[in-house]
Design a protein around this ligand. Structure first.
Ligand code: NAD
Ligand code: ZN
Ligand code: ZN
Length: 348
């Protein structure tokens, strides 16, 4: 079968021929129906060196995956051949207290994971291929109703990560609150929708691209602001001089982190999701009083079930463009060039 593989750090991925996987005991092989192209993969291709993460290439890319069960190993009972499923992407040990709660992203026994701190498409083979091996049946979530794998795949990261960020700050998203979403790409356009679908707060979307701001408006943003030196002043003006209750930075560059801290109201939350590598000073006086600064990493299995429910009811949806597996490398080039609206999804 064909697979788009990262062969070494600091390189472009290659479409190569590999063997179709077979499931061992407790394992499942999924025929891929959708695999999302995440900006994190661009960081993997261009920014990472050996030692940055506890695993190395070569591996097949694609950590946002969904499809149909192709074959099951001995002892698998939760799914059967032909079931439409999504793959929860962060593969923990399954036994520690965090994993028991479904928070496999924060597994406390990395050495007992299939690969420390990774999963399919992150050190092990992912879904940018015709088939993918999933090591445990608990990592599969059945798709509800009419949801297709191409719709579901980006929900497993471009959906799950912003949902986790929004959910963590729910208490500060009251009807009178303002939430700023910086960077309205794959993750950000879902962040806007989760605030609107699950809270009464108003959303101020910030991006440097006019098309991204148009998308933000279309998916429910109440206000849009161009990302430049005047953005903090504009956010202050929209919020009546007070600032935003929650700011979620889906870029994570120095300029956006500065914007985030400058826009937050006292007692506000600033959440850094993007991993563009920015740093900012943090001391008693560097932001309004009692602002909390946090990072977040992906989301939990129960949260994935929650967003499938929201999607099944039509409350959220991923704006996406489909690419064939033969054209998957082009999807990443287009993502790099800022040409993708929402998410690019590879459909083999
Ligand atoms: P994307 O390329 O689809 O979207 C990025 C958006 O940010 C684009 O609309 C772009 O125009 C906008 N942008 C870029 N620079 C900007 C600036 N200075 N001001 C305002 N807007 C700006 O990327 P994505 O797939 O949504 O990922 C976003 C980030 O989140 C990446 O860094 C990715 O690696 C990271 N990520 C983190 C997690 C996590 O668990 N923390 C999970 C997935 C992705
Ligand atoms: Zn990702
Ligand atoms: Zn664990």
């Amino acid at each position: 079968m064909k697979a788009l593989r990262l062969m070494s750090w600091k390189s472009e991925p290659e479409l190569v021929e590999v063997a179709k996987p077979t499931p061992g005991p407790g394992q499942v092989v999924v025929k891929i129906g959708g695999s999302g192209a995440c900006h994190s993969d661009l960081h993997l291709m261009h920014d990472f060196d050996a030692g940055a993460v506890p695993w190395n290439p070569p591996f097949t890319l694609g950590h946002e995956n969904a499809g149909w069960v192709d074959s099951i190993g001995v002892g698998v009972t939760a799914v059967k051949e032909g079931d439409a499923v999504a793959v929860y992407g962060s593969w923990g040990c399954g036994k520690c207290s965090r994993c028991q709660l479904g928070i496999e992203t924060l597994c406390e026994r990395p050495m007992e994971q299939p690969i420390p701190g990774g999963g399919g498409g992150l050190g092990l083979d992912g879904g940018m291929a015709e088939y993918m091996l999933v090591p445990f049946e608990r990592l599969l979530v059945k798709l509800p109703g009419k949801m297709t794998p191409a719709d579901a795949a980006p929900l497993t990261d471009a959906g799950l990560t912003p949902y986790h960020a929004v959910r963590r700050s729910w208490a500060k998203m009251q009807p009178e609150s303002f939430v700023v979403c910086i960077g309205v790409g794959g993750l950000g356009h879902m962040g806007v929708q989760f605030v609107k679908a699950t809270t009464g707060a108003r959303v101020i979307a910030v991006d440097s691209k006019p098309e991204a701001l148009e998308l933000a408006k279309r998916v429910g943003a109440d206000f849009t602001v161009v990302s430049d030196e005047s953005a903090v002043a504009k956010i202050r003006e929209i919020t009546g001089g007070i600032g935003a209750d929650v700011v979620i930075d889906f870029v994570g560059a120095e300029s956006t982190m500065k914007m985030a801290m400058g826009s937050a109201r006292s007692l506000g939350d600033v959440t850094i999701v993007g991993i563009a590598g920015g740093t900012i000073p943090f001391n008693f006086f560097s932001q309004a009083y009692e602002v909390s600064l946090q990072t977040i990493y992906w989301g939990s299995r129960p949260e994935l079930v929650e967003i499938f429910n929201l999607a099944d009811r039509g409350l959220i949806q991923v704006e996406h463009t489909k690419y064939s597996l033969d054209n998957a490398a082009q999807a990443y080039k287009d993502l790099q060039a800022g040409k993708i609206k929402g998410r690019a999804v590879i459909v083999p």
